[in-house]
Write a protein that binds this ligand. Structure first.
Ligand SMILES: *Cc1c(COP(=O)(O)O)cnc(C)c1O
Length: 492
């Protein structure tokens, strides 16, 4: 399996292709594009039938081996077996089986043949779906670095979910250190405790005196110093990482196969979306031949994606136009994985994709509506890929959390509430609608308290997390000081 950049010129595509292990530790391609396979591997009906009975770990192996053809199969099987265990995904609710890793729960079977189902993706160590991919990434990184006798220093900024998922995936891993910046005193007490209570010597929590953007700017400034970056072996684990996307493909298969008894049955997915990483994995599963009917992107007030799927216009937002909402992990100004879908939509034309995303830089977006003056007319092909969308606001979120508690007796988090709200608008007779649950309510307790007047239940072991001793340093937003701190602690 070979990979190409979404911006590769047609003439260069074949010669510049790389294998899975080559792109595992990197981010963007050198031309600024994102990596995708030269062709999506296909699954047959017979494979799907055989896979219906597999454990999550075995299913992950079957799917990953189609993408990571340069990793010996026995090694890959050991890696997936180690990653997807009921000990790691132990935070299942009552009535869910932890051993299923992403258990399904039927919320409602309508008289008109509609069916609404929740797929729990947030039973891992940090109570958010990012664990699904990040836990595998931790094991893949450790395996690959050991083979190359290399080391990697992960450097990033977080306002919550991504940083903690990365730290819990990389803690105690050989050859890996994590330097994670966060805005000092700006995260919730729960999120702060989750990260700062880690005592592992390879985890470095750095609270920056400033807001998230200051922390983000520090990461950019340090990463722009290429000699420093090379010497200190600095890498990232952001959402455009290809292995993260691939790991997420697995739970679409698991969801479809668990919800059906034959491959003629129809299933759609509604996905709470921000950077388009999660739903991009659904698109890839569908391109591989998984019979997904619709892929519905649910956004919050930051509706860049909903706007595109309604109008064909992709218009990124300025930071002054980006809202801080009660589903904060979806507060994005642009969707960093969207380029992968656009590449497919424009017929896998790298020159065209490059031109469109250069226009995003120079003009803030592009228009594929086909109207006079537009940049293209490919919006008319979107339906062929199954995509639909919808939007949810703070009031919708509160109402949905209440409705779901009243009607089905479970408490959902704010991002999942955006998903349920939009899913309900897209139910169809004869089609199972699976909503991906992207976090557990305990992580966003403030809004749960507003909606229900009581605290969200915390999984076992999280009761007194705020009281645990915390390990972190506080630093001013000073690039030179940051570099010195990194160098001291890597010893490079
Ligand atoms: C990251 C995140 C999302 C958005 O996922 P994308 O892959 O960026 O679309 C949604 N919900 C939660 C809880 C998240 O942490």
């Amino acid at each position: 399996m070979q990979y190409v950049s979404t911006r590769a010129a047609a003439s260069a595509a074949a010669s510049s292709s790389q294998q899975f292990s080559d792109i595992l530790l990197g981010g963007l391609a050198v031309d600024g594009g994102l990596f995708l396979p030269t062709a999506y591997p296909q699954v047959t009906g017979a494979e799907l039938d055989a896979w219906r009975q597999l454990s999550y770990a075995d299913l992950a192996f079957e799917i990953l081996k189609k993408f990571a053809t340069d990793i010996p199969e026995a090694d890959l099987r050991a890696l997936t077996a180690k990653t997807y265990t009921k000990e790691v995904y132990k935070n299942a609710r009552k009535g869910e089986k932890a051993s299923q890793i992403t258990p399904l729960r039927v919320l409602e079977e309508g008289e008109n043949g509609t069916r609404l189902v929740l797929q729990a993706l947030s039973n891992g160590p940090t109570l958010a779906f990012k664990d699904m991919a990040m836990q595998l990434l931790g094991n893949l990184f450790e395996y690959t670095l050991a083979k190359q006798n290399a080391q990697l220093n992960i450097f990033g900024a977080t306002s919550g979910d991504t940083g903690s998922a990365a730290e819990y995936a990389m803690r105690g891993k050989q050859g890996i250190r994590v330097f994670m910046l966060s805005p000092h005193k700006k995260m919730s007490a729960f999120q702060t405790a989750q990260m700062f209570s880690l005592q592992d010597p390879n985890i470095f929590n750095i609270a920056i005196e400033g807001v998230f953007d200051d922390a983000q700017d520090m990461v950019k400034a340090v990463s722009n110093d290429l000699p420093f970056k090379a010497k200190q072996k600095i890498g990232t684990v952001n959402s455009i990482n290809w292995a993260r996307v691939v790991a997420q493909v697995v739970y679409y298969f698991r969801g479809y196969l668990s919800a059906t008894t034959s491959n003629d049955q129809k299933v759609s997915f509604t996905v709470p979306s921000g950077n388009f990483g999660n739903i991009c994995a659904g698109h890839i599963a569908r391109m591989m031949g998984l019979p997904i009917d619709k892929l519905v992107a649910a956004t919050n007030e930051n509706d860049v994606l909903d706007e595109f799927f309604r109008t064909g216009v992709y218009r990124v937002r300025k930071s002054s136009e980006t809202y801080h909402t009660s589903s904060p992990s979806m507060d994005i100004s642009k969707a960093s994985n969207f380029e992968r879908f656009i590449y497919d939509l424009v017929g896998r034309d790298g020159d065209r994709t490059r031109a469109l995303f250069q226009k995003v830089e120079t003009h803030g977006g592009f228009d594929l509506s086909g109207k006079p003056g537009a940049d293209g007319d490919e919006f008319k092909l979107v339906a062929k890929y199954g995509f639909k969308s919808g939007k949810s606001t703070h009031d919708d979120r509160l109402n949905t959390i209440r409705d779901v508690a009243d009607d089905y007796g479970i408490v959902i988090d704010t991002h999942t509430a955006d998903g349920i709200k939009v899913a309900r608008e897209n139910l169809e007779p004869g089609v199972t609608m699976i909503v991906l649950e992207t976090a557990l309510a305990a992580k966003f307790n403030e809004t749960i308290l507003d909606a229900l007047g009581e605290d969200a239940e915390r999984p076992e072991g999280f009761e007194n997390i705020e009281d645990l001793p915390q390990k972190f340093v506080v630093m001013p937003p000073d690039v030179e000081k940051m570099k010195a701190y990194i160098a001291t602690n890597t010893g490079l």
